[in-house]
Structure formats: C-alpha cells, structure tokens
Design a protein. Structure first.
Length: 233
C-alpha cells in the first residue's frame, strides 16, 4: 500500500478534529500531500470516524485521479487540490464547520486581529471570501471554492495566514502537515470565539497595534523566532 505513514497521519488529523470538538457528524475533512510523489491522501467520504482505518484513506494525484483506494474521496477534494496546486509551501489541509469560525464565515466577515493570541498564529485579520456566483455554484462548485480561497489570499504568505473563511460556508485551514492544519483549525476556533466575545463586550474594540501584531507573529514564526524550545532541545 502506498504512503502508509502519510495515511496514518491523515487519519490521525481527522480524528484530532473530532477529539477537539471541531467536527461533528461528518462535517469536516483533512488531507496531506507527498510533494515528492505528487500524491494527496484524503479522508473518504461519509465513513464513520470510529470505523475509519489508514487503509480507508484515498490516494489521488493533483488532478484528482484516484491512484489507490476503493472508497470515494471526500467531496471537498477539489478544494484541497486547488490549495495544494496554488500554495506549494503547504503540506496539509483541514476543513471544519467549527461553530464560532463558521459563524464568522456565515456572516461573511473577516476575523479582526484583536489580540496577541490571534497574532501568534495569523498575521492580520483572517479573511473571508466573497460569495460565489450562480455559475461558480452550478459547475465545479468545490473547485471554485478553492479558487475563491486562493484569490482571497493573493499576495499573502499562506503560512503567515493559514486559514480563510469561505463565505456562507466555513473555514479551510492549512499548515506544513496534516497535523499542523488540524492544529490551526483548533486555534482558529478559539480565536474566533475570543473575537466574538471581545466585540460583544466592546463593539469598537481596537485592532492590535501593528508593532504588537508583528512582535507576536515574528517571535513564533520569523527567522529570529525565539518562542518555545529549539528543535532537538
Ligand atoms: Zn464544508
């Protein structure tokens, strides 16, 4: 069987979304890519999480042709593939309908950067796509969702802004791996809830100062990052 360890990693990321309470029923999916082989591993469509096994994961190429697997891939596969094709630095994608992040997506509102928790992971407001038009919905809907995300992120580093809210739908998140993407989905939900609560308390709460935003993002992610422990220590 191809990509055994990547299959296990993708299964684990999908289970992590459930464990974190970000996915109920089958409202979510995670995938990962082997850049070396040009192959994507994704959750199968509509299989119960408690019965899912690494062998159930579906392997496709970057055009969506099934390379290995007997089950149908998640119906959001074309969205994941559009992100892998456009963002060469990413290694994993996670999609959930987690409650607070989805509320912002349904409102079509970017999540403003109101505090350092947000800035530790997202360098600025988390953008929302424009609504898809009737033609984009009628044909290749999932692919067009991916294109809308890519257009919304134009000019930004996908690892500095690892999530986009799809209008009227829900967030898509990514990272250097499937585990990284699932982690971002978890943090996004917390940040979405914090922003909502902040604006309930104070509807004109000021965005984080640029200096503080940059300080928090760079200390975790910049070339001179110093947050946490050094690798190997
Ligand atoms: Zn969805």
């Amino acid at each position: 069987m191809k990509l055994q360890s990547l299959r296990e990693e993708v299964l684990e990321a999908n289970l992590e979304l459930v464990r974190r309470g970000l996915v109920i029923d089958t409202f979510g999916n995670a995938s990962a890519i082997s850049r070396k082989e040009g192959l994507v591993v994704i959750k199968p469509s509509g299989v119960a999480y408690d019965r899912m096994r690494p062998a159930d994961m579906v392997v496709t190429d970057l055009e969506g042709h099934i390379v290995e697997g007997t089950l149908r891939p998640s119906s959001d596969l074309p969205t994941h593939l559009a992100l892998y094709r456009a963002f060469e630095v990413i290694g994993g994608v996670a999609h959930t309908h987690s409650r607070s992040a989805t509320a912002w997506a349904q409102a079509g509102r970017p999540i403003p950067c109101l505090g350092t928790t947000h800035a530790d992971y997202f360098h600025g407001p988390i953008p929302a796509t424009p609504s898809l038009g009737p033609a984009e919905i009628a044909t290749d809907y999932e692919l067009n969702t991916g294109h809308a995300i890519v257009r919304t992120l134009a000019g930004k580093d996908p690892l500095a802004m690892p999530a986009v809210l799809v209008a009227s739908h829900a967030p898509f998140c990514w990272g250097s791996s499937a585990a990284g993407a699932a982690h971002i989905a978890w943090i996004l939900e917390e940040v979405a809830q914090m922003a909502y609560a902040t604006l309930v308390i104070h509807s004109n709460a000021a965005p984080l100062a640029d200096e503080l935003r940059d300080k928090h993002f760079q200390r975790k992610h910049g070339p001179a990052a110093y947050y946490g422990q050094k690798a190997g220590s």
